[in-house]
Design a protein around this ligand. Structure first.
Ligand code: ATP
Length: 701
């Protein structure tokens, strides 16, 4: 089998925006593609094709080591990467003898001297060519870059001009009159951050929007690659909320803010989730500190080589549970043994707040907890975790849905590391419903990966875009670009599988996506597409149990929520589905943390009406059921509009014991209300009467 042309593993993933396999810190991007090799031996090939025909086989540490040894290449075994001498620099001119980094998980490489990068296969190609032609090094110019489309080129140039424009029209804070500086500091609640610190990090003010400007300097020439603009708004509670914007856009913004100030010999760093936190840490401790470009939402692996030099990394990502969870996840990527984590708490807020409150930074950093945990712990080690959960119950309950208040009421939120099993009768709207449920979370920053094996990604994305825009875009094509641009910003990825798949391939791809994109939620639609390739001489339900078990393990080990769509085992038209309708055995139902069933009652009066039933909720035990109306134009679900449908239901025959006494009372009340409304209309006093929600309003939910 010929090797993949693209980054291995990425072959099965597709992002909403065109995926970039290249490091963004150097524009224009270089990709290593050996022209000769590619043209002579390999047909051009698309992402989908690779994804389908060549299952992912992730590279292992042993394979990388064996290969390097077989080529007599010396290497250092680093934390997240192997370090080898750069093959793109003349050995006599090498500044650093081991400046090429190979990611241990993906095999992706980066030469810090030339900023050339590419996949593990690219590197192997380069080494083969060097050996064959008996060369000491290769010139980066023998490599071929991905050709940019005219549009991409224009976009890149436009962004560069924008970066320059913002930077040159902003002023160093220290050039402003002191009273103005104080005003700005008060606005951003950074009065304790000194002018010297702001100057050291090159922070400026963009006057037109009163935004702080954080520069991104990178590359061998330390040139300006981008900017982040931060604006502040104070709220009623005297708290300040920040809004940020980056150029280039956030999914191409790979700045470790503070990196240019790190010395080559520095062995310790404090990693923060925000530029202001890095200012605070640097000022209070004098330690090197860098901030992640997108806060706690992700740690892109392309940044790992820049953190390899540190023997000790203290992760102080913020003051809430989300930061704490992120620090545990990121420390796995960074190598547990060098990481220690600042646990958020009353005495340990985020660094900028700690500075404002005059906290003792060296004490906080010294008391950070080693990330490498032991298999056996005592309550002494757990007590702070337990306390943290007790005082932050809302955060512990997870991310709340904006569109599904009833789900919040029953499930309390969407939590990492859980397994949700979702079922419903064939064609009842499972995909449509779960798509909106996942979209809601994704819109709140939950990094989401879709594995849709039944319907293709274009159709799925169309459903999601319609739900996102809450309207039929076919009838408003002029709005397509507006919504598509916004949609593209979502942290949303799709696996390119279609049809029957091997469970191992799917799990490998999921693992890879968690590493690359810090995925928090994977949706698998549906499990039946993994059953086909398993040994069917074994009992079918045993296979199903095995697959559910594998996803369970993945969810726990990767701290990633998995939603698994399963077709019911048996369907009887006249009866609601139950947990037992899904599973092969009781063991499997134990694996799920949540079990959701989309119940379909065929009501003549409300044909699209469904009910969502939660039959299991491991987090706090609450179960329940609530009705949902389907809004066809936007493919969304909403709580039924009170009055309208319920009134109709009174007229309709009651379903098997469905009408409870209390509902009848509500209905009577509603009939009264409607009568009152009619009276009000005739007497022209509409303001005193509450108008019933219109369809449009209900769509806004
Ligand atoms: N509540 C509803 N009322 C009427 N039509 C619906 C409803 N929900 C979804 N639909 C429509 O029904 C069709 C099938 O929906 P969907 O694919 O989501 O069902 P499914 O349960 O996932 O199907 P399958 O069992 O084949 O996996 C779609 O055209 C969708 O727009």
């Amino acid at each position: 089998m010929w090797r993949s042309l693209l980054l291995r593993g990425s072959t099965c993933l597709l992002q909403v925006a065109a995926p970039r396999f290249l490091h963004q810190s150097h524009l224009p991007s270089l990709s290593v593609r050996l022209l000769t090799q590619r043209l002579l031996h390999r047909p051009p090939c698309g992402l989908d094709l690779l994804g389908k025909e060549f299952p992912v086989s992730p590279i292992t540490i042993t394979e990388i080591k064996q290969y390097l040894r077989s080529k007599d290449i010396p290497f250092h075994d680093g934390y997240s990467c192997f370090h080898i001498p750069s093959i793109f620099v003349d050995p006599s001119a090498r500044r650093d003898s081991f400046s090429l980094f190979i990611d241990k998980t993906t095999g992706q490489f980066l030469c810090k001297d030339t900023l050339v990068e590419g996949s593990w296969e690219d590197l192997q190609d380069c080494l083969e060519v060097m050996q064959k032609e008996e060369q000491d090094f290769l010139s980066p110019h023998v490599l071929l870059g991905y050709p940019e489309s005219l549009e991409e080129q224009e976009e890149r140039e436009r962004e560069l001009r924008e970066v320059q424009r913002i930077w040159s029209s902003s002023v160093p804070l220290t050039d402003l009159p002191e009273d103005e500086v104080q005003l700005i500091k008060t606005m951003f609640q950074i009065t304790k951050v000194s002018n010297a610190t702001l100057k050291k990090f090159g922070v400026r003010l963009f006057k037109p929007t009163k935004s702080l400007v954080f520069p991104w300097f990178g590359g061998p020439d330390s040139s300006l690659k981008g900017v982040k603009l931060l604006s502040a708004q104070s709220t009623d509670t005297d708290k300040v909320t920040y809004n940020e914007a980056t150029v280039p856009k956030s999914n191409s913004y790979y700045n470790l803010f503070g990196l240019p100030l790190v010395g080559r010999m520095d062995a310790e760093v404090v990693l923060t989730g925000h530029e202001l936190d890095t200012l605070a840490v640097s000022q209070a401790t004098g330690l090197p500190s860098v901030a992640l470009p997108r806060g706690v939402s992700c740690l892109p692996p392309v940044l790992l080589p820049y953190l390899e030099q540190f023997n000790r990394v203290t992760l102080w990502l913020g003051g809430d549970i989300r930061s704490w969870e992120a620090s545990k996840i990121f420390s796995r990527k960074l190598g547990l043994r060098r990481c220690s984590l600042v646990r958020p708490g009353e005495y340990r807020p985020c660094p900028v707040e700690a500075l404002a409150q005059g906290k003792n930074f060296s004490h906080i950093i010294k008391s950070s907890i080693p990330a490498a945990h032991k298999s056996i712990v005592s309550f002494k080690q757990l007590r702070e975790d337990v306390y943290g959960e007790l005082v932050n119950t809302e955060q512990v309950a997870g991310v709340k849905w904006v569109r599904f208040q009833e789900l919040n009421r029953i499930l309390k939120g969407h939590r990492k590391g859980e397994l949700t099993v979702f079922t419903g009768p064939t064609g009842s709207g499972k995909t449509t419903f779960i798509s909106e449920v996942a979209l809601d979370l994704c819109m709140q920053g939950v990094n989401t990966l879709w594995g849709s094996f039944e319907i293709n990604n274009v159709r799925l994305a169309k459903i999601m875009l319609t739900q996102f825009a809450m309207q039929r875009l076919e009838e408003n094509l002029e709005q397509y670009d507006f919504w598509a641009d916004k949609f593209e910003e979502l942290p949303l990825y799709f696996m390119t599988f279609h049809g029957q798949q091997n469970i191992k391939t799917v799990l490998d791809t999921m693992q890879h996506a968690v590493y690359l994109y810090d995925i928090n939620h994977v949706i698998i639609d549906n499990l039946q597409f993994m059953m086909g390739q398993e040994n069917l001489s074994v009992d079918k339900f045993a296979v199903q149990d095995h697959i559910i078990g594998a996803f369970r393990k993945f969810a726990t080990n990767s701290s990633c929520h998995v939603t698994l769509v399963i077709h019911p085992r048996k369907e009887e038209d006249d009866r609601d589905l139950q947990t037992a309708s899904i599973f092969g055995s009781a063991k499997a139902s134990q694996e799920a943390d949540n079990v959701l069933i989309l119940q379909e009652k065929k009501l003549v009066t409300c044909p699209g009406r469904r009910s969502l039933q939660v039959t299991k909720n491991r987090f706090d035990g609450d179960v329940g059921i609530f009705p949902l109306d389907f809004i066809k134009s936007s493919l969304t679900f909403a709580a039924p509009i009170k009055g309208k449908h319920k009134l109709r239901k009174v007229a309709a025959k009651p379903e098997n014991g469905e009408v409870e006494g209390s509902e009848v009372a509500v209905k009577k009340e509603e009939v009264k209300k409607e009568k009152a409304e009619k009276v009000a209309k005739t007497t022209k006093t509409p303001r005193t009467i509450k108008k019933p929600a219109t369809d449009n309003e209900s769509m806004q939910k």
